[in-house]
Design a protein around this ligand. Sequence first.
Ligand code: AMP
Length: 284
Amino acid sequence: MTPPVHQSIEAMKQARQAMTGRVAFVPTMGALHEGHLSLVRKAKELADTVVMSIYVNPSQFAPHEDLDKYPRDLQGDIDKAVSAGVDEFFAPNNDMMYPEGFGCWVEPDWPMMRLLEGASRPRFFRGVATIVLKLFNIVQPNVAIFGLKDYQQFLVIERMTRELHLDIEIIGAPLIREADGLAMSSRNAYLTSEQRKHALLLNQILKETETALRQHPEQHPQRLCETMRERISQIPEGELDYFELVDPKELTPLETTQPTMLAVLAARVGQTRLIDNQLIELNH
Ligand code: AMP
């Protein structure tokens, strides 16, 4: 059976009115992989109906980024998502989401917006927060699932939902990796097989960071960061964007170790920008 794929805002809103019970929402940009499908499975546990949006949101891409070449395969995505449990899809287009003259942006402005992804991609979270709020208003879910692969994005959505008084439960779902440890990402498709091997080092560096902190919990986090930044810079075709050990709530760089820390990185391998992170709990 082909599931409903709503391609207009009106159709999606009408379909929502007809849904009974709890509705879970999984927003995506398509090019689905197991990471996305894990969110769907989580959604299925939490609600009666699962809605997925598939929309490559132009406002979260900078002009030099990969908006035009971002992989798109709507039918392939629908097939995968249905087998994981999606009941209905919302697949709008740019003219609907950003009609001529659009100008009402959601502009998150917490200190963390000047850190990590916020520092490297200055307009990114404005684009994300705006589209997610718009999608929330159209789909009106009871619960929405986001991957902790995009850790900072999860914090932004959680805080936005709280500060704007939305009645939506925000759930963070674990980062899903390939068997060899590479964080799953739609952008992995850009990597050559050589580059993919190099990219594996990113996860290894996160693991080494965790091991180093467990072995010497008293060490200075910034010194460890320096070592790991150096390691990333030495990856063939690699270019460091950031590597930080931060507080998992505020994302501020740590000056001393603490029981729970987040190691978080962004780096380019060839032309492809990759992100990864690892929560480190010293008492576990
Ligand atoms: P995207 O299509 O990249 O915008 O991602 C849509 C959702 O899937 C976001 O909530 C991401 O955090 C989540 N996601 C992407 N990759 C992964 C992954 N490897 N593990 C878990 N969640 C992921």
